[in-house]
Design a protein around this ligand. Structure first.
Ligand code: HEC
Length: 466
């Protein structure tokens, strides 16, 4: 840097710059000593703490990632790849732009951490003094929240053929209890963590006299086998005996590798499970497998003594939502197109969690609110959409959106050959189709979990409730 300046700048300017650089260095020494990169980067002192905190939770036995990252050998034997995936932001997986808005359990490395990993790799992966290794964190087993009051499993073991295909299924997980029960949360515990990629779950409540036997009937259907969602629901034996549909509680829980289930502060959220019911997996995604295998995912249920004081509510914008996609979501082949959706919030709300949703052609997503005074409230920005990591992002504190504010969503879809996730080759027209959730059709949704605003909500932290 200094060298370049001395070549291209006249003498006076050069001296001026040197003084600036010197001043900067001095300032750095005084004010942010900790930010200075260490002389010699070692695994024990510098790299292990980063890996343990940000990688090992998923990269260990029985979890989703393909190999372990628990010790020097694990990390140094893949050092080049690790340098690459951290520099490109591929790992840890966190599509939301942390420069735009913050969420709890954010999985992002700082610039300094990324540079430190790169430098360590370039300098030949010094193991350092093993005595200085931090202890391995103790990772929870079976539950991240403690001992569940009840565990419900998929009724049947689901067999996954080794045909290398992704599967997007609907599943019904029926149960019977001795009485109606309030619960604080449901935790999804995949049995086959390598393959269960994501789960969105809802609750169905059957009036006892309207459904004789909840346990009987079909419990798995492949959404792609049915022309409409309604037909798939019928094939899954969701309806009551008389053909009407049971009450549905939306967005009860969701799962992605490495994610803690939603548990809001006491009095906020929570649900009622009826005596006869089913956990309805509106979407369970199994990744491809090369060998025949199986899964019998379980659900840890945590009871609550009291009815939910402030049950969470949700609305969704875009496809099937309170506000349309503009223009209509039709993406002709060989085009990159932007779509928007706008919704005016009718009363003051406190947002807890947001979930942007698109399928394979999505590339960018942005949502913010504009108040009547013209102030912008950033919600979420995803610069590089990744279909595989569709988190439910929970704000660190509840976020107030005042009545009359307009939530604006915009999303970009790439239906060209250049999009490696394009399900069609050559590209075809892809659109939102009435009643379809197929992955080869598109969707644009922004799902918002909220409460009617109460004064003081913006000071309530949503972090660390276990
Ligand atoms: C939330 C869980 C999770 C976290 C946290 C995580 N990984 Fe991963 N990692 C995965 C999964 C799942 C895969 C397999 C990805 C795939 O198949 O697309 C993976 C794949 C990888 C790969 C292989 C990439 C390839 O192209 O073969 C590397 C290297 C890697 N992770 C390193 C890291 C590092 C380093 C960190 C921490 C800085 C980290 N991961 C944090 C889940 C995670």
């Amino acid at each position: 840097m200094n060298y370049q300046f001395s070549v291209i700048t006249p003498r006076g300017l050069k001296r001026y710059i040197s003084v600036l650089v010197l001043a900067g260095t001095l300032l750095g020494m005084i004010s942010c000593e900790n930010a200075k990169p260490p002389q010699k980067i070692t695994f024990s002192e510098h790299i292990a703490p980063i890996i343990y905190k940000n990688c090992s939770g998923c990269h260990r036995k029985g979890e989703a990632a393909p190999f372990e990252l628990l010790d020097f050998v694990d990390v140094s034997s893949r050092s080049k790849l690790i340098k690459y995936v951290t520099e490109t932001g591929f790992m840890p997986p966190w599509p939301a732009d942390a420069a735009y808005s913050h969420f709890i359990d954010e999985k992002v490395l700082t610039r300094e951490q990324i540079d430190m990993i790169g430098k360590w790799v370039d300098e030949g992966c010094d193991p350092g003094d093993p005595a200085k290794l931090p202890p391995l964190p103790s990772f929870p087993n079976g539950s991240q929240l403690g001992k569940p009051d009840l565990v419900i499993k998929l009724r049947d073991v689901f067999k996954i053929p080794g045909d290398g295909k992704d599967r997007f299924l609907l599943m019904r997980v029926p149960y019977e209890l001795s009485q109606d029960q309030y619960i604080s949360t449901i935790e999804v515990v995949p049995d086959n963590k390598k393959l269960v990629h994501h789960v969105n779950a809802q609750l169905l409540s059957y009036p006892s006299d309207k459904r004789k036997d909840v346990m009987k009937g079909n419990v798995v259907v492949d959404i792609d086998d049915y022309p409409t969602t309604l037909e798939a629901y019928k094939a899954l034996d969701l309806p009551n005996d008389d053909g009407t549909f049971p009450m549905l509680t939306q967005s009860v829980t969701n799962y992605l590798p490495g994610v803690t289930p939603p548990l809001y502060p006491p009095g906020i959220g929570g649900f009622k499970m009826s005596r006869k019911g089913a956990i309805f997996l509106k979407d369970i995604h199994y990744g491809p497998s090369r060998k025949d295998t199986s899964d019998q995912t379980a659900f840890n249920i945590f009871f609550s003594d009291v009815p939910p004081k402030r049950p969470t509510q949700e609305f969704q914008m875009g496809t099937y939502g309170v506000s349309p996609v503009v223009p209509a979501l039709v993406i002709p082949p060989d085009t990159v197109m932007k779509f928007t959706s706008d919704y005016e919030v009718p009363f003051d709300i406190s947002i807890l969690t947001v979930n942007p949703h698109m399928h394979l052609l999505g590339t960018k997503f942005l949502a913010y609110a504009i108040t009547l005074q013209g102030d912008t409230i950033p919600l979420i920005r995803i610069n590089k959409w990744d279909f595989r990591w569709q988190y439910f992002y929970t704000y660190k504190k509840m976020l107030k959106i005042p009545a009359g504010a307009r939530i604006h969503v915009e999303a970009v879809f790439d239906n060209t050959r250049k999009n490696p996730n394009n399900p069609f080759s050559p590209p075809q027209t892809v659109s939102e189709r009435e009643g379809s959730m197929r992955t080869s059709d598109e969707m644009l949704q922004f799902i918002v979990t909220y409460l009617p605003y109460q004064s003081g909500d913006e000071n309530i932290s949503l972090e660390g409730h276990k």
